[in-house]
Design a protein around this ligand. Structure first.
Ligand SMILES: *Cc1c(COP(=O)(O)O)cnc(C)c1O
Length: 406
């Protein structure tokens, strides 16, 4: 058995299928020439579920909305990065991945329990869209272990438990194993899905904790250069992927060949990038914590709540590269701080090799009600930081001079 960092470089790609090229070619074709009419018939039979493929059977490709070589290579190479993953699917955004997972496994009359705060798009999808299709959403505060348990036990027709941990922008953590254990006690076990965008695949491994599906915005750490939009779903169980694959073919939200190729080439470095960024973030967060102009630094390595510390230690290898600074002086202080940063750039998104900062209250979370702001811990002085792979000493100096100017 090869270890993940070796396997990600060696599996899934056969140079003889790319005229000997050491790296995969990009196959932009929209359609594929069948090797025989029989092979075409067989490919359509398999696609429609009229039969199952033999283990080493060569199946002709059909049409690039269903599948294409660059998606197949990506979906194979990404597996070693999540221990326990058996199959994966690539999508043209994180939201496309989340939407396809939910549409495949929820129908009118079903319920979904989900942690809040959750990514804004996911929240709108559940609360403003799925609700109008007869799906009941039950929101539970992130980190409230006992409340999540009771929501899982008490919600009628529960089909999906969706956990996003750590929560954005506060870093609040939810116990994945506990939620998966509660779900497993139900006669009709709901699927446990984890949006692992923030700490995966390097520092948090939801399949080891009992999750059924792992969802990613590949736009963030997986691709890592803030230059593509993509999403990935991984599963321990091939049948679940077959079901979502059928929906992806229908919706037409597969990731395009060029983007698959780019994302594929970023996978071998995701561990390196995340490790460097996490080390940087920890050094900077610890040094900023006592700064007189900062009320609090929200970061897993600086947690003081014992329950949060317990979850962090049990389910994460490292604290990651996201933290939030709660500045004294509210919005004016936060805006002055942003205005004076020279290296860190004021942009939403996260997980890139470059450091990005934003003011959640007026940007990513601006649609919240006052109650939601309070519940999510989004204050006027809060600045969210996604640390990159620059030299941490330059970043720290940049933060310090911007704080000086506040
Ligand atoms: C960005 C993000 C998404 C949405 O991904 P897109 O690629 O922008 O569609 C979903 N979940 C989390 C946690 C995210 O950070």
């Amino acid at each position: 058995m090869l270890r993940p960092h070796t396997e990600v470089l060696t599996r899934g790609f056969d140079p003889t299928l790319s005229v000997g090229s050491a790296r995969p070619a990009v196959f932009r074709s929209s359609t594929y020439v069948f090797s025989s009419p029989e092979a075409a018939e067989r490919a359509f039979d398999l696609m429609a579920g009229r039969g199952t493929a033999e283990d080493d059977e060569q199946i002709d490709l059909v049409y690039s909305r269903f599948n294409h070589p660059n998606a197949e290579i990506l979906e194979d190479q990404i597996l070693p990065l999540e221990t326990g993953a058996e199959a994966a699917l690539a999508f043209n955004s994180g939201m496309a991945a989340i939407m396809t997972a939910l549409f495949t496994f929820l129908k009118p009359g079903d319920s979904i329990v989900y942690t809040v705060p959750i990514y804004g798009g996911t929240q709108k999808l559940i609360e403003n869209f799925l609700s109008t299709w007869g799906v009941t959403g039950v929101a539970v505060e992130a980190g409230q272990t006992a409340r999540i348990d009771s929501a899982i036990r008490e919600t009628k027709n529960l089909r999906v438990v969706l956990i996003e941990t750590p929560a954005n922008p506060t870093g609040l953590m939810t116990d994945i194993r506990r939620a998966a254990d509660s779900a497993a006690t139900l006669a009709n076990k709901p699927l446990v899905m984890v949006d692992n965008t923030m700490l995966g695949p390097a520092f948090q491994h939801p399949f080891e904790l009992g999750a059924d599906l792992i969802l990613y915005s590949a736009t963030k750490y997986l691709s890592g250069f803030s230059d593509l939009i993509g999403g990935v779903i991984l599963s321990k169980n091939r049948d679940l992927v077959t079901k979502m694959h059928a929906k992806r073919s229908l919706f037409g939200n597969i990731l395009q060949p060029d983007e698959c190729w780019m994302l594929n080439s970023r996978l071998p470095t995701v561990g390196l990038r995340m490790n460097r960024a996490s080390k940087n973030a920890q050094r900077i967060a610890e040094r900023l914590a006592p700064h007189p102009k900062i009320k609090k630094v929200l970061y897993p390595a600086l947690f003081d709540d014992p329950e949060q510390l317990r979850i962090y230690k049990a389910q994460c290898d490292f604290p990651g590269a996201m933290f939030s600074l709660d500045l004294r002086g509210g919005k004016p202080a936060a805006f002055e701080f942003l205005r004076h940063l020279k290296i860190a750039r004021n942009a939403v998104s996260l997980g890139g090799v470059e450091t990005l900062v934003c003011h959640p209250k007026t940007t990513t979370h601006s649609g919240f009600t006052d109650e939601q702001f309070a519940q999510a811990g989004v204050t006027d002085g809060l600045v969210r930081v996604s640390i990159g792979i620059e030299d941490w000493r330059d970043l720290l100096a940049d933060f310090e001079q911007a704080l000086e100017a506040v």
